[in-house]
Design a binder for this molecule. Structure first.
Ligand SMILES: *Cc1c(COP(=O)(O)O)cnc(C)c1O
Length: 304
């Protein structure tokens, strides 16, 4: 049995009314580790467990680290997560709550990641947060489930960090014969590495991440995600942090679920930028989730 759940698919009255079109929500915020990441990471961890690996290593202090920790616990395989000093107490405690060991090293993700890679040996699998074909195949199950539910849609809105979700959704569309359906790729200002690359016509690296949506904070998207923008209909929408946070709090009131600003970016397309959806009638939004934001944190961001 897969490590992820088949999540609810809801028609949202509040979002449909806010945007003036039918909005369907794929509720991956309800995955046990709090985000869609368990789909791909669960598939990767199961693959490595079958091929005899005895330990998993991650260098993500966010939802990817939490998903690896969850997968390890379910598969009875020990997990080590290497994070930089900037990682919040909440993130570390969510990882430890799943029984994984947290090692704090360095002031940036790069340093933590280097230490993580040094710790890899023949019995260990390093689980990348977004750049791995096994992950994409796992994330593609989002689209399989929507197709199985026989809910038609003419666009998909999703958030983009390193581009693993985008690559997986594109794979899911393709394997269901739906590759012509446009993707609306949402990012926040200060984390918009896909939009910058599309504009430049090549993969560019952002000098720094300045958005609060840390789960979108890959300075460079994976090659696959960029290639998808060159061959398939992908529209980039960049929202500001405030719109992303406001979308989270509105979504909490509308659907009673807390999500991170990384997910708020996608919701903000419907709440605040519905003009970008004018060509479509039935839109699927991937509610990708996020376990590291709390109500208090959302309120603090909103007040600032
Ligand atoms: C990881 C993550 C993203 C971005 O996914 P990528 O595969 O890195 O593009 C968006 N939202 C949430 C909540 C995430 O955890």
């Amino acid at each position: 049995m897969a490590l992820h759940l088949e999540t609810p698919l809801l028609e949202s009255r509040p979002l449909s009314q806010a945007s003036g079109r039918a909005i369907w929500l794929k509720m991956d915020a309800l995955q046990p580790p709090g985000s869609f990441k368990i789909r791909g990471i669960g598939a990767a961890c199961e693959h490595h467990a079958r091929s005899g690996k005895r330990r998993f290593i991650s260098s993500s202090g966010g939802n990817a680290g939490i998903a690896v920790a969850y997968a390890g616990r379910r598969l009875s395989i020990p997990v080590s997560v290497f994070v930089p000093e900037t990682t919040t107490e909440r993130a570390k405690s969510l990882i430890r709550q799943e029984g994984a060991e947290v090692f704090v090293h360095g002031t940036s993700w790069q340093e933590a990641n280097e230490r993580a890679l040094e710790a890899v040996d023949v019995e260990t699998a390093f689980i990348h947060p977004f750049d791995d074909p096994i992950l994409w195949t796992g994330h593609a199950t989002i689209i399989d489930e929507v197709v199985k539910a026989a809910v038609p849609f003419d666009a998909v809105v999703l958030s983009v960090g390193g581009g693993g979700l985008l690559s997986g959704v594109a794979e899911g569309l393709a394997r269901n014969g739906l590759q012509d359906i446009p993707l609306i790729a949402a990012e926040t200002e200060g984390a918009a590495s896909l939009a910058a690359s599309v504009k430049a016509g090549r993969r560019v690296e952002l000098p720094a991440i300045t958005s609060i949506a840390t789960s979108l904070g890959a300075r460079k998207v994976c090659q696959r995600a960029f290639d998808i923008t060159q061959t398939l209909p992908v529209d980039c929408v960049v929202v500001d942090d405030r719109a992303a946070v406001n979308a989270c709090t509105r979504f909490l009131d509308d659907h009673r679920v807390v999500v991170e600003p990384a997910c708020g970016a996608a919701l903000a397309v419907a709440y605040a930028h519905a003009d970008r959806l004018a060509r479509f009638e039935r839109i699927l939004i991937v509610v990708c989730g996020g376990a590291t934001a709390s109500l208090a944190q959302l309120q603090a961001w909103q007040a600032s």
